[in-house]
Write a protein that binds this ligand. Structure first.
Ligand SMILES: [Zn+2]
Ligand SMILES: [Zn+2]
Length: 283
């Protein structure tokens, strides 16, 4: 993080020493910073990190645009220690090759997703991961889990540090127990609200595409996302960033109203397909 985005959080407790001496220990809590650099079928890239290190979940906009947007947010590409790829669709992979090569950033991608993506990645920057086995990147713990989507080996991720967890939950056809469980552990989440059911049904998409989007391996509707939020949100959930909105079958204002009514203290944001959000901090 560059100066201007720094915030310090301290918690203090009194430790009773063995010989009647009272020592006050200060425990520094490490906040998590998150931002969407772009969100939607035209490109997805989500930043999650601490003060000193970060990961990108997907890199679906060009390297140049990723750099430009991070720079505007006061985020340094040098803090990005890894890129994790959810699946091979180009709105999640477009910028990976150049970003990884130019900045020497390791890419975590399963073998099946790599094969389907046809990405050319430098061998020494190529890493795999397995469902359910966390990957440690500095202080950050990245937890991959499988989900339903029409890709070869689709995964989502949560990122944790010091008891704080943020997750990216996009490109999900139906909500399985993995998704529910990991969502319930998040203090902040990027959650797909792809389409309004009436707008999709009455819209101009061909029938096969409507069925694909609303099918088991498609995308989450506003009401599916709202069900997950209201039924499984953790009591201390600080922030919900609605993501991957369809340009054709949804409206940001509609999503904002839909969720704000049931926010119950959680800050509601809608990520844009035309630019970056701000940098948000949970602590
Ligand atoms: Zn997508
Ligand atoms: Zn997809």
């Amino acid at each position: 993080m560059k100066q201007g985005h720094r915030e310090e959080f301290f918690g203090a407790f009194a430790f009773q020493g063995p010989r009647d001496t009272s020592i006050t220990l200060k425990i520094k809590h490490m906040p998590l910073y998150l931002a969407s650099l772009n969100s939607g079928s035209n490109g997805n890239c989500y930043y999650i990190g601490s003060e000193t290190e970060a990961v990108l979940i997907d890199a679906g906009i060009s390297c140049r645009e990723t750099e430009r947007r991070m720079d505007r947010l006061g985020l340094s590409v040098n803090t990005v220690k890894a890129i994790f790829i959810t699946h091979e669709h180009t709105d999640h992979t477009r910028g990976v090759e150049v970003l990884s090569r130019k900045h020497n950033i390791p890419v975590y991608i399963t073998a099946a997703t790599h094969k389907s993506s046809r990405l050319y990645l430098e061998q020494h920057l190529l890493h795999s991961f397995s469902s359910g086995i966390p990957v440690q990147i500095g202080d950050l713990s990245i937890h991959p889990f499988p989900k339903w989507h029409d890709a070869s080996e689709p995964h989502s991720f949560t990122v944790s540090v010091n008891g704080l967890t943020a997750g990216v939950f996009t490109d999900i056809g139906s909500i399985c127990e993995n998704v529910s469980l990991h969502f319930s552990q998040c203090q902040a989440a990027f959650l797909e609200a792809n389409y309004d059911e009436d707008m999709l049904e009455n819209g101009r998409y061909p029938v096969y595409l409507k069925r694909r989007i609303s099918g088991m391996e498609g995308h989450l509707s506003n009401s599916q996302a709202l069900d997950l939020f209201t039924s499984r949100r953790c009591p201390g959930m600080q922030m919900l960033i609605l993501s991957h909105l369809s340009a054709e079958n949804n409206r940001p204002q509609l999503v904002l109203e839909h969720f704000s009514r049931q926010a119950m203290g959680t800050k509601i944001i809608v990520a844009s397909r035309y630019g970056e959000t701000g940098v948000f901090c949970i602590s």
